[in-house]
Design a protein. Structure first.
Length: 199
């Protein structure tokens, strides 16, 4: 990740941790479309996607003190969203089992400190994989998948054609998938989440 972008994110998350509603709104606007698209692709439900976006940002605000503790608050945001998606599927499955007369399944929606550290570690592993990409591919991937920019926005920012941006993104995704299969310690689920949205 480019240092200037990282510091901007750190400052934004720090403001949110301090209760800055305007900073929180900036974060919401930056990521709502990306999270909505990922949730819709996984579920095929507009209602589900909207609920997941709302729940994610409600949780971020309620648990904003985590942002001060997290070494990688951006990673925390992404992994929180993915975890909420997984939990919702677990709840749906548990509900189906209950209706069938099967014993209830335990469920918890809290992120413990240990879980938070594990999620951050996995996000860092993904970042190490991104570092192995060609520089332009890495930059395009980060701007689209981490910053939530559209291909057109990235094309303007990097002074590239939209087709070139699309090709860089496709090659980056292809490379990350290959790395995930080589056993170099990547968290495949995290990679699959990051490449879920094709802008």
């Amino acid at each position: 990740m480019v240092d200037s972008d990282w510091h901007i994110d750190k400052d934004l998350f720090s403001r949110i941790a301090d209760g800055d509603a305007q900073a929180f709104r900036v974060l919401f606007e930056r990521f709502k479309k990306k999270f909505y698209s990922a949730a819709y692709k996984m579920s095929g439900s507009h209602f589900f996607a909207e609920e997941m976006v709302q729940e994610t940002f409600i949780r971020v605000w309620q648990k904003r003190s985590y942002l001060r503790e997290a070494d990688n608050p951006l990673g925390y945001l992404h992994t929180l969203f993915y975890r909420l998606l997984s939990q919702q599927y677990q709840k749906d499955a548990a509900e189906r089992l209950r209706r069938g007369g099967v014993i209830d399944m335990p469920y918890s929606d809290e992120l413990s400190g240990e879980e938070l550290r594990a999620l951050e570690t996995r996000y860092q592993q993904l970042q190490k994989a991104i570092d192995q990409l060609a520089p332009q591919q890495a930059r395009v991937f980060q701007l689209i998948k981490e910053k939530g920019l559209s291909r057109e926005e990235v094309a303007r920012q990097l002074d590239l054609s939209p087709n070139t941006v699309r090709n860089h993104l496709a090659e980056a995704i292809k490379t990350l998938k290959k790395l995930a299969k080589t056993g170099i310690g990547l968290w495949l689920t995290a990679i699959q989440f990051f490449i879920a949205v094709k802008k």
